[in-house]
Design a protein around this ligand. Structure first.
Ligand SMILES: Nc1ncnc2c1ncn2[C@@H]1O[C@H](COP(=O)(O)OP(=O)(O)OP(=O)(O)O)[C@@H](O)[C@H]1O
Length: 650
């Protein structure tokens, strides 16, 4: 705060707290403004929730006072707490308290139905936190997990059941669940629950209530097509919601139906180029956060996850236990790219998902809205990129029905990626301790003094150097399976006729350049030249010969003069033997034969393949022991087998 005399006034902690209290009192949605018990308020505050979001504030009293409700708000706006808070209050301190059953073996009073197992587990864990703090017992019933623990929980008695329709129906068939005493029935993702496939099970489950006049039914979703809202054609809504049900629709007739916190982008891309473009898209748009990629089929999810290092797949054909491990690892940040089908489209709330990529336009607008809504949640922002094949797919229907005005972008170019890497490099510099300054200050001052460039220009060059080593590393560490992929890609027959090896001269070396980003994506002439321009002095760039991309587009091979090699291996992070579990792609070096131009291709390949070290041994043996040509061949052969044995690290 600026005082009259221009001095800045520092607020004491006490003053700040008092202002915070005043501000809270001004907030019409502050927790204290609602009939929320202290215990629940405290738990909400522990989770960083100080006031209710609009959908929660607008529906709280309606639900607590006993009305049926259809609620709609855009993705990520807190619909889960919108039904959870009034239900918990009603059970513990409100109208449902008096008739709530307690004691061993009690039948559940609340049933929450969700379309996917993952979503059921997520909502269950919220109920455990908030309901648990009020002494309520919850259980989660979903397929793919053993029946017995679920049966034991039901037998002991629970207050809240959260689950998927299939497994709940199974429990009904087995006679292990009693839904006659329900006080609340919730259909989260209501439109999905009422679609074909679920509808019969849902109807059967909801019909188990003894006295339908004493149960409250709540429907929530970010998408409520007309058929759900107005009952026409939807038997369930007509049958199970009371006639005086209330509707709270925060989207209503607004044109924009998808999340307004999300930047919606479309990018032309053929299906064959996907695996090459996606890594660049991630690098440019994910801001270092998590990415969810949506594919249309389970097969393509698995295939794509296999092509992107560090990515994992999530879909219905994966065993439940693996699905759970995958999702919890993604949540906890053990990996940052999830490739999923629509099982992850609805409701999943994962922190720090910055980017959504849809490999092709989905079949319906609802799917687009829910998928893109996995980012930009709870007031944060995010980016949703939808790829489309200009010859095959059309997104105009989605654009029209969702109200989204797509930004049209083209695939990121090397310069775009370099810019992002530049920003990362700047961050890296910001993180370096100030303690290093005295050590490098003299060199920096000398550089500024002796250069015709300005300090900013010099700093730009330094950033470029860091950026390139972050982005394009001549040597890189990666997982073993990707390593072998690189080697395979390097087979000589994959190289074009005018590629390297044809230029072999006694004083030339062949280098394999691996693009760090390209382990998951593409490399092209442009990006290789970008590296060259930064690594090499200008006059050396011209001396590079025979640049050729590997068959899979993930590496490049070229010849350089032997005396220039150091410029290329400057970034080398590994020398010597690879350690197990970790591989290092080493610069492949081929020394041309003695008689210039007479080496046959396969020989050059073997020399390159066996590597400099092995070749040194042959030379040493020849020099020291005067070995014959056939002995020399034997040694090479031995090294070859050594190499193949080492391949078994995989
Ligand atoms: N009042 C609040 N204050 C702060 N954060 C909140 C509040 N209510 C909910 N959140 C947080 O907002 C995020 C999104 O909530 P939720 O998953 O319920 O959204 P949703 O509307 O159901 O989204 P979707 O339609 O995608 O299912 C969650 O991380 C939740 O913890």
């Amino acid at each position: 705060m600026q005082l009259g005399d221009g001095r800045a006034h520092e607020f004491s902690q006490e003053e700040t707290m008092r202002f915070d209290e005043i501000n809270k009192d001004d907030d019409p949605n502050a927790l204290t403004k609602f009939r929320i018990s202290k215990a629940l308020r405290d738990t909400l505050k522990e989770k960083g929730i100080e006031s209710l979001f609009p959908i929660q504030a607008m529906t709280f009293n309606t639900i607590l006072d006993g009305s049926d409700l259809v609620g709609r708000a855009r993705t990520g706006q807190g619909k889960t707490l919108a039904f959870m808070l009034p239900i918990l209050e009603s059970l513990t301190d409100g109208p449902a308290k008096a008739s709530r059953r307690t004691g061993y073996g009690r039948a559940p009073g609340v049933l929450v139905l969700l379309p996917t197992r993952e979503l059921a587990t997520q909502v269950f864990s919220d109920f455990e936190i908030y309901g648990g703090s009020l002494g309520l017992k919850c259980c989660c019933l979903y397929g793919g997990s053993p029946y017995q623990p679920q049966q034991i929980q039901l037998k002991r008695g629970v207050d809240i059941v959260v689950g998927t329709p299939g497994r709940i129906k199974d429990h009904i068939d087995r006679g292990t669940i009693d839904l006659s005493a329900l006080k609340f029935r919730v259909l989260d993702e209501a439109d999905e629950m009422l679609r074909m496939g679920f509808v019969e099970d849902v109807e059967l489950i909801l019909g188990k209530v003894e006295d339908a006049t004493r149960v409250q039914t709540l429907l929530f979703s970010a998408t409520l097509p007309e058929w759900v809202k107005h009952y026409s054609g939807c038997q369930i809504a007509a049958k199970f919601l009371k006639r005086d049900k209330k509707t709270t629709d925060l989207v209503g007739n607004e044109k924009m139906k998808a999340s307004t916190n999300v930047r919606h982008i479309v990018l032309p891309c053929s299906s064959s180029a996907r695996s090459q473009i996606i890594p660049d898209v991630i690098r440019c748009y994910s801001s270092g956060g998590r990415t969810i990629i949506f594919t249309e089929t389970k097969d393509s999810a698995s295939t794509l996850a296999g092509l992107l290092p560090g990515a994992h797949a999530l879909h219905g054909d994966i065993q439940q236990a693996t699905r759970e491990v995958t999702l919890s690892s993604f949540r906890s940040g053990k990996f940052s790219t999830l490739v999923a089908t629509n099982v992850a489209a609805r409701g999943l709330d994962i922190d720090d998902v910055q980017l959504i990529i849809q490999c092709e336009p989905p079949r319906d607008v609802e799917a687009y809205i829910h998928r893109s809504g996995r980012t930009g949640r709870a007031g944060k922002t995010g980016i949703a990129v939808m790829l489309y094949d200009p010859r095959k797919s059309n997104f105009s229907k989605i654009e029209r029905e969702s109200g989204v005005k797509f930004e049209h972008m083209s695939a990121p170019q090397p310069e775009d990626i370099a810019k992002v890497a530049g920003a990362e490099a700047a961050e890296t510099i910001a993180q370096i301790s100030d303690r290093v300054i005295p050590v490098f200050k003299a060199a920096a001052e000398e550089l500024v003094k002796s250069s015709v460039l300005s300090p900013v220009e010099l700093l730009s060059k330094a950033l470029a150097k860091i950026a390139v080593s972050l982005l394009l590393k001549v040597i890189l560490k990666s997982r073993v399976d990707h390593f072998s992929l690189q080697w395979k890609a390097m087979l000589p027959f994959s190289l074009s006729a005018d590629g390297p090896f044809t230029h072999l001269q006694y004083d030339m070396l062949t280098c394999l350049l691996l693009h760090e980003a390209s382990m998951i994506g593409s490399i092209d002439d442009g990006s290789v030249r970008l590296v060259h321009n930064i690594f090499l002095p200008e006059e050396k760039v011209e001396s590079i010969r025979g640049l050729s991309l590997t068959a899979d587009g993930k590496g490049a091979v070229f010849d350089v003069a032997s005396e220039d090699l150091d410029h290329f291996i400057a970034e080398k992070s590994f020398r010597g033997k690879p350690r197990s579990g970790e591989i290092v792609a080493t610069i492949a070096r081929t020394r041309a034969g003695k008689r210039r131009g007479k080496i046959r291709r396969w020989r050059a390949w073997w020399w390159w393949f066996l590597g400099e070290k092995r070749w040194e041994v042959v030379r040493w043996e020849r020099r020291e022991r005067g070995i014959s040509r056939s002995e020399e061949r034997q040694i090479l052969e031995r090294w070859r087998w050594w190499w193949w044995r080492k391949r078994s690290w995989k």
